[in-house]
Design a protein around this ligand. Sequence first.
Ligand SMILES: NC(=O)c1ccc[n+]([C@@H]2O[C@H](COP(=O)([O-])OP(=O)(O)OC[C@H]3O[C@@H](n4cnc5c(N)ncnc54)[C@H](OP(=O)(O)O)[C@@H]3O)[C@@H](O)[C@H]2O)c1
Length: 312
Amino acid sequence: MHAHAPDSQAGGPQAIDPQAAGSRAPDPKAIDRYAVVGHPIAHSRSPQIHAAFAAQTGQRLAYDRLLAPLDGFAATVADFRAQGGRGLNVTVPFKLEAAALADTLTPRAAAAGAVNTLVFSDEGVLGDNTDGVGLVRDLEGRLACPLAGRRVLLLGAGGAARGVVLPLLEAGVASIGVFNRTRDRARELVAAFGQAPRTSALAALDDCPSSGIDLIINATSAGLHDSAPAVPHACLAGAQLAYDMVYGARPTAFLREAGEAGCARVSDGLGMLVEQAAESFRLWRGVLPDTAPVYARLRAEIDGTPATTPAR
Ligand SMILES: NC(=O)c1ccc[n+]([C@@H]2O[C@H](COP(=O)([O-])OP(=O)(O)OC[C@H]3O[C@@H](n4cnc5c(N)ncnc54)[C@H](OP(=O)(O)O)[C@@H]3O)[C@@H](O)[C@H]2O)c1
């Protein structure tokens, strides 16, 4: 099974200078530096994605991987900033520490209690969470699945589930039922959103429903181990879309089960990965890249098929 965490595949560290490409190496002091920090980090796809965004938008920047020791996240961030770093993506297992480290949190990061994007400026450190907007854009854009009025079943109650609740509510879903293997964590998640608007639409579930669900989002990490959360087949069969945040060359166990049960459509989380990166890029650079060609290229690479070049 080749399923992957959001940020867990190869692509070389990137120094990107569209003007100088092919002529001379960029001066590292003269370009804005960004990185993704995590543990492990060697297989992150983020440098590749941000290189593609930079080339497409004509932005001059460098984007690397930073391996932080498990007990050295804050020191790694401080070093990077002291060397002139402009921003970081944050991945497993540091998203909670990143929220604690930020001077200011965006409302969606505060609601999630987790940060995947840090922006450094003279005003301090801003922490944001772009996972939720990434999911919403992938669903409503690439998958053409409007969210207004949809009844959502959210599987899982970890950081990824927390990150998507507010953006889903803001997108106008009719309801979000949160079902988690450890029931108390689902209750804690719902309680944490007590102050947010429209929380009456949010409920922790003790049992997985067998009907009345339009969209099932798997925000568990079960797919990384080729297993799936237990969802009644009738529930899978009745849904219009089953979405797994984990992605890979083969459908995850959850997506295979959904397809076999008769769910109308299934999708993995590669599009969310690209969209959350695009929103980080927008925060740093003020321009939102076109994600479609970047998604297509990554999809082809992961699936092992050559990308087709769209006609101009
Ligand atoms: N595509 C993207 O851009 C993107 C973005 C963010 C995250 N993700 C993916 O989303 C997944 C979750 O991330 P996270 O940060 O929320 O992780 P996390 O905080 O560690 O939470 C893991 C969740 O998965 C549940 N779980 C784990 N194994 C399970 C199993 N075998 N059966 C049922 N439930 C299981 C846990 O349930 P318990 O509480 O019972 O342990 C918990 O709810 C990861 O695989 C991550 O790679 C993808």
